[in-house]
Design a protein around this ligand. Structure first.
Ligand code: FAD
Length: 546
């Protein structure tokens, strides 16, 4: 009879425990959890605070009793594992309620201790009375009861990642005036800047104060004043610190298990640490980036669940290889959905991997059926092979399925040339006969197959400033809502009449609203002997950042 011990009883740990039992009815399975709850819904916590989820009980996906009896598990809550003794294959466990310590042996050990919010030593942080972080049910209870009882009027959210923005929305829902302070030039790091810019505008529309390129310098007057590095002073009665998480690696480090540069426990493709009887999964481990093979930390629920099942399979000799993490993720930010998969341009630039991008702006479903709304969809790929590196989408509807389709395409080894050929479900309330993913595929295929040349939103101003010719092929009325300084307006339908006015000895740049008429204009000009580049994503992508 095998004795398998699990440290951590939430996403990864609980999944592993259930799978282990299904594989072996006779194993002894012990799961230690230092908190009171197991298998709770971390991802739902912001929505309970915002009161979209009204019933606290709904957050508790499994209780100790129900899980222990269904899977015949020895689940010990309030039990913190404080030491691993590799020679003896044993653990020291501390009962956090009584402080009593005891030893427990194992044949195989699975570590799924997660990651904890980073709390940097900002001056005044110790004295900030209403400063919170959000990771678990007790944190949630503290935040909720503070809001219910103290009725704060103003909140500062430090950090504009997905937890920070979900909380900004939920705090706003609870009637607070919210300021988000973010050190980077953009929120939502998995997006590239021009995609995040859509969210910046939306946050402002919703009345959120957004301080970018700024960090907290100090908390003053018991945390009722937040002083930023740029010198802004914000009076507040609630602070949420959400600047990221750090892997819980102390146990592993002390036991001599290898950890990576960013602190993640290192494992092989079978999720084994450098001790073959000790496995590690979830937020605590360093994974391989699925696209570029580099070490990465991706604290998300899908990897934790997938690894939880794989680790159990591997303990039973199934050799399930974890191939890396793509980082597919999604978040609701007020009326918008933001979703990404794979690598963005920032990552590829950092790694020196050359790439091409297209931006398209299709509608979520047939434009003539009520309720359609635009999706800004960006595809990042290799110009020669068509390999899909990643995708980002921001919109009000239908964002989730488009990113999921592309995530599936990546895992299936499809290239951008395959995307037009995906036969996707269509009726007017759901999509168009050319789905947004097909559209992105067509545009990208034009680049890979036909050598279509594009210019990016970030390059065009400089080109025009240096005397480049830019033709805006939209109708004059459309330019009333804005145009690129220096552009000459020649509507696409009259372009053939103006060919003699255009130079043949230099590259001509064209732009339209979203890139489609620009493409038509590009073809007309090329067929007439001009050298042409189309502004990718048109005015719409360009205007996102202003
Ligand atoms: P956890 O689920 O955190 O479990 C680790 C457990 O181990 C903890 O309960 C901890 O108490 C316990 N533990 C640690 N050390 C010890 C020890 N020494 N002894 C005993 N027990 C120990 N991901 C998404 O993909 N989508 C989302 O929408 C999303 N939303 C989120 C919202 C919030 C507010 C938070 C906090 C997280 C969210 N996540 C989301 C992330 C997701 O919850 C995590 O990636 C996932 O829970 C990781 O699983 P894990 O098993 O590694 O760690």
């Amino acid at each position: 009879q095998k004795k398998i011990v699990i440290v951590g009883g939430v996403a990864g740990g609980s999944t592993a425990a259930a799978r282990l039992r299904r594989l072996d009815e006779h194993a002894e399975i012990v799961m230690f959890e230092k908190g009171e709850h197991i298998s709770f819904a971390n991802c739902g916590l912001p929505y309970y605070i915002g009161e979209t989820i009204k019933d606290r009980q709904k957050l508790l996906v499994q209780t100790v009793e129900s899980m222990a009896s269904r899977y015949k598990l020895d689940i010990r809550t309030f039990s913190e594992v404080i030491q691993i003794n590799r020679e003896k294959r044993s653990l020291v466990v501390r009962n956090v309620q009584t402080n009593e310590k005891y030893e427990e042996t194992f044949d195989e050990l699975i570590l799924s201790p997660g990651a904890r919010p980073i709390v940097p030593p900002i001056p005044g942080i110790e004295d900030a009375a209403a400063l919170f972080t959000l990771r678990n049910i007790p944190d949630t209870d503290r935040i909720k009861s503070f809001i219910d009882n103290e009725k704060p009027k103003h909140a500062v959210v430090v950090g504009g990642g997905f937890i920070g923005l979900e909380m900004a929305e939920n705090l706003h829902e609870r009637g607070m005036e919210v300021t988000v302070v973010e050190m980077a030039e953009q929120v939502m790091a998995p997006l590239d800047y021009e995609m995040a810019a859509i969210i910046h505008k939306h946050l402002k529309e919703k009345g959120i104060h957004l301080l970018l390129n700024d960090g907290v310098k100090s908390f003053e007057e018991n945390g009722t004043k937040v002083i930023t590095q740029n010198g802004t002073e914000i009076t507040t009665d609630f602070i949420l610190l959400s600047i990221g998480v750090r892997p819980e690696n102390e146990l592993a480090k002390e036991a001599g298990l290898d950890v990576g540069k960013r602190g993640g426990i290192q494992v092989n493709e079978y999720l084994q640490t450098n001790d073959p009887n000790i496995y590690a999964i979830g937020d605590a481990i360093e994974v391989k980036d699925y696209m570029n093979g580099q070490p990465a930390m991706v604290p998300l629920a899908w990897p934790a669940n997938r690894q939880g099942r794989a680790v159990a399979d591997n303990i039973y000799g199934k050799k399930v290889s974890y191939k890396g993490t793509l980082g597919t993720s999604i978040a609701k930010v007020f009326d918008y959905t933001v979703a990404v998969t794979g690598n963005n341009e920032k990552t590829l630039d950092r790694l020196g991997i050359s790439h091409e991008v297209v931006h398209v702006h299709p509608v979520s479903h047939a434009g003539y059926y009520p309720g359609a709304s635009p999706i800004a969809l960006k595809l990042v790929f290799d110009k020669v092979t068509g390999t899909i590196y990643g995708a980002q989408a921001v919109g009000k509807e239908g964002v989730d399925k488009r990113i999921d389709i592309i995530a599936t395409a990546i895992k299936g080894g499809l290239t951008v040339l395959d995307l037009p050929d995906l036969e996707l479900a269509y009726a007017p309330p759901y999509s168009s006969a050319k789905d947004p993913v097909n559209m992105a595929g067509y545009v990208a295929s034009n680049i890979v197959e036909s050598g279509l040349e594009t210019v990016q939103w970030s390059e065009i101003d400089e080109i025009v400033a240096n005397g480049g010719t830019l033709i805006d092929v939209r109708n004059p009325a459309e330019l009333e809502n804005g145009f690129i300084e220096g552009a000459k307006n020649i509507p696409v339908d009259t372009l053939r009449e103006h060919l003699l006015e255009l130079p043949k000895d230099e590259t001509i740049y064209v732009n339209c609203q979203v890139g489609l008429r620009g493409y038509i204009a590009t073809r007309i000009l090329e067929e007439n002997g001009f050298t042409v580049k189309n502004l990718d994503g048109g005015w719409k992508t360009y205007a996102q950042v202003f």
